[in-house]
Design a protein around this ligand. Structure first.
Ligand SMILES: Cc1ncc(COP(=O)(O)O)c(C=O)c1O
Length: 430
């Protein structure tokens, strides 16, 4: 998808008022422009989304909901929030959408407040197996204030074993079951999770933070017919601003809304709500369906190219936008590899792999994703080149060969110069 670039001096007021900060923004623009960004949870928003986040809507306080506010002067804000919620309902085929959560973590916390009491049991995928902190993991408030129990993936397949999930659910009788995660390279079987949740009378929450754009674009099945609640961030594959939404059937609406406000939050971030509305409008266009399918096609092509170079991938490949590379057999820790790739202009994150013998802060794997490079227009034809860079980078990390990393960095910058990033100054000046 192409979007117009900013004018050549992108932030004149900022540059005049605070040159020090403007220089940092410019440096980040250059970095995002010249590197191959492969963090699976990141993306480039369009210039329109970026503009919406910088509007006067940010000046307004609006505690409450449309038509029921605690502050006056909501003539426009109510309409903005209605627009965002209506677009969310249409795009995801749900009866209710709350667009106020500040981000994915508070959105998930609101689900606990709505449907559980402190100390209740919640079931989610364990963090080292690909789940999210807020699905009841011990270091999170959700694991401290609730009893978190977890499922994982099978050692032999790298995939979730739904029989195991059912067994745990029957034994633990959780109030809430989370499906979805941060490092899940395979399709989530929402129907099977719903059946388990129904059997044990749990609220099923589909956390589609990572795959929301794929769901919206028809490149991943939708949880809408199955989940009691859909929680999502808006800033990953969906290509919106940093924010979140909670969606549900009408029967769950009141409890969710009460939990978000006044349960957890004060005034909604109206500039973010506006940008969410824009992103949802963009995601409803036919071009976004192409984008979502292209994200998956790129990930599959990259997985194939990495497998052809002898790499081990958790679950043997991918169905979505991300790949989990297990570097155990390469004798390079994930952190060492990720830091070397960063010096080579390829930005990824180190990640635990299932049954990782190493510590979470120095694990065996790397998570790589294709949402951002797809937003720049790269195609499956580019993926062998990308796999080569990753392969050369990892070998260079092993051999402490800084020269090769520098060479890759300039090759990456050359390619990226031909694919301007949405929302960024062309060529990365700024
Ligand atoms: C599955 C999932 N849920 C929730 C979150 C939390 O989102 P945030 O970082 O916006 O709090 C994330 C973020 O990575 C996520 O991957």
């Amino acid at each position: 998808m192409t979007t117009p670039a900013h004018p050549s001096v992108p932030h004149p007021a900022l540059a005049a008022a605070d040159p020090e900060l403007a220089a940092l923004v410019g440096a980040e623009e250059r970095l995002q422009s010249t590197t191959l960004r492969m963090i699976a949870s990141e993306n480039y928003v369009s210039a329109a989304v970026l503009e919406a986040t910088g509007t006067v809507l940010q000046n307004k306080y609006s505690e409450g909901y449309s038509g029921k506010r605690y502050y006056e002067g909501q003539q426009n804000i109510d309409l903005v929030e209605n627009l965002a919620a209506d677009r969310a309902k249409r795009l995801f085929g749900v009866e209710h959408a709350n667009v106020q959560p500040y981000s994915g973590s508070p959105a998930n916390l609101a689900v606990y407040l709505a449907f559980a009491e402190p100390g209740d049991t919640v079931l989610g995928m364990s963090l080292p197996m690909g789940g999210h902190l807020t699905h009841g993991w011990g270091v999170s408030a959700t694991g401290k204030w609730f009893k978190g129990v977890s499922y994982g993936v099978r050692r032999d397949t790298g995939c979730t074993d739904l029989d195991e999930v059912r067994d745990i659910a029957r034994k633990e009788r959780p109030k809430i079951i989370f499906c979805g995660g941060t490092a899940v390279p395979r399709t989530i079987d929402f129907a099977a999770f719903a059946e388990i949740a129904r059997e044990v009378d749990a609220v099923l929450v589909a956390d589609i933070a990572h795959i929301a754009g794929l769901v919206a674009g028809g490149a991943h099945p939708s949880p809408a017919p199955y989940a009691d609640v859909i929680s999502t961030t808006t800033h990953k594959t969906l290509r919106g601003p940093r924010g979140a939404m909670l969606m549900a059937r009408a029967t769950r609406a009141k409890a969710l809304d009460k939990a978000v406000f006044p349960g957890l939050q004060g005034g909604p971030h109206n500039h973010t709500t506006a940008a969410i509305a824009v992103a949802l409008h963009e995601a409803a266009q036919p071009a976004f369906r192409d984008y979502a399918h292209a994200v998956v096609a790129n990930a599959k092509a990259l997985a194939d190219a990495l497998l052809a170079r002898g790499y081990d991938l958790v679950s043997g490949g991918t169905d979505n936008h991300l790949i989990l590379l297990d570097l155990t057999s390469r004798d390079v820790p994930g952190k060492t590899a990720a830091k070397a790739l960063d010096r080579a202009g390829i930005v990824v994150n180190y990640n635990t792999v299932p049954y990782d013998p190493r510590k979470p802060f120095d694990p065996s794997g790397m998570r790589i994703g294709t949402p951002s490079l797809t937003s720049r227009g790269l195609t499956p034809d580019h993926m062998p080149t990308v796999a080569d860079w990753i392969d050369r980078g990892i070998r260079a990390a092993h051999a402490a060969d800084e020269e090769t990393l520098t060479t890759i960095r300039s090759e990456v910058a050359d390619l990226m110069a031909a694919y301007p990033a949405p929302g960024l100054p062309v060529g990365g000046e700024g």
